[in-house]
Ligand binder design. Structure first.
Ligand code: BG6
Length: 502
């Protein structure tokens, strides 16, 4: 175990009464506590406006742990864990609260001087919180002595301009090394494995380029709609800002970036930034050749149950043209990827919850064999199927390679088979939650899996043309429960195949 990870720490969670704290942060910290991964001396201070007492707050957290913990909860360890938690009532926008917080934390024997401030609050308050922390003397120097780290949740801005302003504001009070911009996809085990898979095995890298690859398609589809009061936030942001300018672009970077010189945070992030800066929307004539937005409309599920349309959902403006689905085609202008379309799509109320990256190879130059698709003994002749390397991020986490192989029998026909590595078939136990890994990395001071300021800005630059031309990109309708906007198949011009809807 790295010693830095075990340094005593006080973790102050701003927005402690919110959903994220109860569903993700506290369960993640509890899992670390259960596995003895937290330092012996740690304190968690929940900062929020509601009128709770520490006792009632602890009881609420214990209840959340019983519902949301990934690791098994037992009453003794839950009780031991919540003993480390305290509640601090305060208004994030009121300066007096920070003075009181400083007084509280000044008792170094109870509150270790290394501090993590976790901002699980609306982005409008990021700057106020950081400025007030700094002015109250709660932010230490970037180097030497006790440390301060500030974790910032998404959304990080709503366009390039606001992301720049926000970075400017944060970096006025903090050093870049003290800022941890969270993208929880980077904490997923399978996402981290993309780099190991690519760079720890010699067989794939030589064919990961324009000579062999036809296209790459990345899907993050969800079946949920606007449950749990999410509509208010979502309608302001939409699928592009909510999922693409962070999770999907990060997946794209990991699967296309060059090998970093080492595994340091900066070496990896430098390579990602290069990809983001060379990627462009592939708009042949106009932006509508490169981007499709969509909004789900009412439909019925398989059991005949009516599914609401987006505009009927709670807290959605009745005339909203926010997209609940977006698909786009990008090109990366470098030697490795020139001419290889990169297709991204994401949406709510789609047919299935899945996140996958499919790297599709070109079809062989000569079609010597007939390809068949069989069910039992009944086979249909199909077009020859190219190889696909699939990174299945979730669920059924694994990596699969689709190959053509001779079907046993007298005829020389080829059928698809899958070579697979699945986490569940290889290792026991559930995979750690993204937040477990990320929170421990913050305690450890490792920012590899967090986004740097230039990276965030490069993400926004890439999608800014879509925001600028939103008026020309009216959302197409798709039935709730479908695979999104059918028109988005047009993005596959010149490619073999279309969206993998499975
Ligand atoms: C969040 C988005 O960042 O990611 C949500 O704000 C989305 O809208 C969620 O539902 C998806 O995360 P996961 O880990 O369930 O794929």
């Amino acid at each position: 175990m790295n010693e830095r990870m075990m340094e005593p720490v006080t973790i102050v969670i701003f927005g402690a009464s919110g959903d994220l704290t109860h569903r993700k942060l506290i369960p993640a910290l509890y899992a670390a506590f259960q596995q003895s991964l937290l330092p012996e001396q740690f304190r968690i201070v929940g900062f929020a406006r509601r009128a709770y007492e520490t006792e009632s707050f602890r009881e609420m957290l214990a209840e959340s742990l019983r519902s949301f913990s990934r690791v098994e909860t037992d009453e003794d360890s839950v009780a031991a864990f919540v003993e480390h938690v305290e509640y601090f009532r305060g208004d994030i926008s009121a300066e007096e609260a920070y003075g009181r917080l400083r007084d509280l934390l000044s008792d170094g024997t109870r509150y270790p001087e290394n501090r993590v401030f976790y901002l699980s609050i609306i982005p409008d308050l990021f700057e106020t919180a950081v400025r007030s922390l700094k002015e109250a003397g709660l932010v230490s120097a970037a180097e030497g002595g006790a440390w301060t780290r500030v974790v910032v949740e998404k959304p990080f801005g709503r366009d390039l301009g606001s992301a720049r302003t926000l970075n400017g504001a944060l970096l006025r009070y903090l050093d870049e090394s003290q800022v941890y911009r969270i993208d929880h996809y980077l904490g997923k085990e399978t996402v981290q494995n993309i780099l190991s898979f690519r760079f720890a095995n010699a067989i794939f890298e030589p064919v990961f380029n324009r000579t062999y690859i036809d296209h790459i398609q990345i899907t993050a589809s969800e079946t949920v709609g606007m449950e749990m009061g999410r509509g208010g936030y979502y309608d302001e942001y939409g699928a592009l800002r909510d999922m693409v300018t962070n999770h999907l672009l990060q997946l794209m970077c990991l699967v296309t970036m060059e090998v970093p010189s080492d595994l340091s945070a900066d070496a990896i992030r430098n390579e990602k930034v290069k990809i983001l800066r060379t990627a462009k929307l592939d708009a042949e004539q106009s932006i509508s050749d490169a981007v499709f937005r969509g909004q789900y409309v009412a439909s019925e599920d398989a059991s005949g149950k009516r599914l609401k349309g987006y505009l009927e959902e709670d807290r959605i403006r009745p005339d909203s043209d926010t997209e609940s689905f977006v698909a786009m085609r990008l090109m990366i202008d470098n030697w490795r990827w020139a001419g290889v379309p990169i297709l991204l799509r994401t949406g709510k109320r789609m047919a299935k919850k899945t996140t996958e990256i499919a790297v599709q190879f070109k079809v062989p130059p000569l079609e010597l064999f007939q390809q068949v698709e069989c069910e039992g003994d009944v086979c249909d002749v199909t077009k020859i199927k190219p190889n696909t390397l699939l990174f299945q991020i979730q669920p059924n986490e694994g990596i699969f390679l689709r190959l053509g192989t001779k079907r046993p029998g007298m005829r020389f026909v080829v059928e698809d088979v899958k070579m697979d590595f699945s986490y569940s078939g290889t290792w026991d136990g559930t995979l750690p939650e993204a937040y477990e890994r990320l929170l421990l990395d913050v305690l450890h001071g490792d920012s590899t899996l967090f986004t740097r300021s230039d990276e965030v800005e490069a993400e926004w630059s890439l999608v800014q043309p879509i925001l600028d031309h939103a008026a020309a990109l009216k959302p197409f309708a798709y039935p709730a429960g479908a695979w999104g906007v059918e028109e988005a198949n047009a993005l596959f011009r010149g490619c073999e195949g279309t969206w993998r809807n499975r």
